[in-house]
Ligand binder design. Structure first.
Ligand SMILES: [Zn+2]
Ligand SMILES: [Zn+2]
Length: 69
């Protein structure tokens, strides 16, 4: 992949497919951060990020932002 293709796909805001940044696999759904970080449900559960009660909060390992729903 060339640098041009990389930056173009990185800037695409509407994602139709997700790729988890932890397991590097394509996913149907990932939690996303404003910085572009994506993590799938399975990796989040394995890392025990968030999920307290009926709300989900997690801290992005890339930028340290607290993400919640
Ligand atoms: Zn994953
Ligand atoms: Zn982030």
């Amino acid at each position: 992949m060339t640098e041009t293709q990389k930056s173009r796909s990185y800037r695409k805001r509407l994602v139709e497919r997700y790729e988890c940044h932890c397991c590097r696999k394509e996913q149907q759904f990932c939690w996303t951060c404003a910085c572009g970080f994506q993590i799938c449900l399975r990796c989040m559960q394995e890392n025990q990020w968030g999920i307290s009660g009926n709300s989900i909060t997690w801290i992005c390992p890339d930028c340290g932002e607290l993400r919640g729903i």
